[in-house]
Design a protein around this ligand. Sequence first.
Ligand SMILES: [Mg+2]
Length: 325
Amino acid sequence: MESLTRIRTLTTWNGSQTGHAVWAEEAQDAPAPALRGRVLFTDLDGTLLDADTYRYDAARPALDQLRERSIPVIICTGKTRAEVEPLRAELGNHDPFIIENGGALYIPEGYFKVPLPGSSSRDGYRVIEMGVPYPRLRHALRRIEEQVGVSLVGFADMTVEDIVKVTGLAHCDAERARQREYDEPFLIKNSPMALQMTLQEVREAAQRLGLTVMSNGRFFHLVGGTDKGRACRVLIDCYHKERGAISTAGIGDSPSDIPMFKVVNWPFLVERPGGGHAEGFEVEGLTRVPGIGPAGWAEAVKKLLRPIPFQHGPFIVQPLPPFMC
Ligand SMILES: [Mg+2]
């Protein structure tokens, strides 16, 4: 049994040679071995969660498989901490998480033994803040609005009922979505015809203020000083220091996930509502998996865990340059 388990470990998610697949299949009834050197990052909206219903039924078996193998699932989302915490509790997820498009990392106290420079203690977490505080973003949104001469409607300008109407979130979830700290989602009040040109002007005005505008689903997002990739990088460095060589994967659905895709070894893009993948960008090693949202998520995990080695994309983990911890 020991050798089968070892072989199975060798033939999953590490790009090792084919030839052991039969052994691995025979070992299917063996307890899933813990894969300590693997870390999975995931977007939520439109990826693990269905873009309209926010359900993740199709991904449940894949989540169970990851849990059986003790593979950390790092939520990396534009959502707020208030939105992520109930979902983590529901999933039984005890891993670190990244909120508001890289605005901050929340690491459960004691999760890593390595020191976490730049972190502070808050409600049972070590928190590493990377984004620009929300009041500054709100102020900047008004300045951009003046400069471009277009109406920009941020979350703070909307009532909870407005947010429910636009997002389809339940009332309590919309309230949680409004508790923002590092990222202001906004809509541009303009005709669809003029939107692209206006968006370009908004982006340029934000850039002059040292901020960035990202497109992510229904809203544009005003953020500063960070992105999902920078936050993932900090965590990857922590895992690397604590566990040695690691292999990382990331699953997303939109251009806001590109920074995350660029820092993981195995990036996966799921299909969007209506079918088809987000277009207009290329990332080295990106695998476009079939399946919308959580169905695509399950496909990506299947590819990562299947006994026959997954041959696409890089698998050799390069030591990361030191970042923050
Ligand atoms: Mg998404």
